[in-house]
Design a protein around this ligand. Sequence first.
Ligand SMILES: Nc1ncnc2c1ncn2[C@@H]1O[C@H](COP(=O)(O)OP(=O)(O)OP(=O)(O)O)[C@@H](O)[C@H]1O
Ligand SMILES: [Mg+2]
Length: 301
Amino acid sequence: MKIAMLARNAGLFSHRRLKEAAEARGHELDIINTLRCYMNIASRRPEIYYNGEKLPKYDAVIPRIGASVTFYGLAVLRQFEMMGVYPLNESVAIGRSRDKLRSMQILAREGIGLPVTTFAHDPKQTEEVLRLAGGAPLVIKLLEGTQGIGVVLADTDRSAKSVIEAFRGANVNILVQEFIKESGGTDIRALVVGGKVVAAMKRSGAEGEFRSNLHRGGSATTIKISPEERSTAIRAAKAMGLNMCGVDMLRANHGPVVMEVNSSPGLEGVEKATGIDIAGLAIEFLAKEAKPGKTKTRGKG
Ligand SMILES: Nc1ncnc2c1ncn2[C@@H]1O[C@H](COP(=O)(O)OP(=O)(O)OP(=O)(O)O)[C@@H](O)[C@H]1O
Ligand SMILES: [Mg+2]
């Protein structure tokens, strides 16, 4: 197979691993800087140019599009799809996963467990939003936050109200969520590849920290998940339409609740914690599935 990987930083652990895994299995993998692609959107002759040359025909494309370049990155990926190149994750599915509210609506529609989550645009609704979310303690999140930045725990209704008002004053979108206290500063990430959970890790926050992000000093260990957690992760991946993703869950008293589905999961933490060759499994999935013109949407939607 000839594989293109859309990524900006060729040196990143996950990107190096995917390249190694492809080459170890006799495939060719070119890392293409997403932002340096330019396109010709001519009728019926979709083309992509890179460094002054037209890109050759690829069998598969691995999108590793960073959150900050979603808009342009998805346009480039759609162009690959229009050319009939099989994507590890489709542009439409990645687009869904990048919008936290839309993702939660999709998961809710499928009956997947979620923390009670509320959202309102109008600051006059603050009290009502607090009430709907069940009152303090509450977690308030910036919609565009990552790596735990912009995730705040408010212990009382009064502090929740002032945090909400501060975020609103800064003109940013937020959601207000029930605090799953019983998860004890720990979350579970299940890696799904091709409709199966191939690895799972438990992330625990540093002492005194409710956020378990590795970037916030959290640590990862391998974990055996319950059948219910496994099926929740698989159903979440399917609802989002993602072939490869990381499903983040909290262990609530009433069962697993999904916090987020990540369409470009980092491989370093989970491969090191579990010893599983996830990059290899992703490449093997592509080798099995990638056929010309097999993309479902061909860039539509
Ligand atoms: N409702 C909640 N109850 C308990 N803990 C939570 C809740 N929401 C988030 N957390 C903790 O805070 C951490 C960060 O939250 P979250 O994953 O939503 O934001 P993020 O990591 O900044 O965003 P992203 O995952 O989109 O990069 C979670 O990993 C979890 O440990
Ligand atoms: Mg997170």
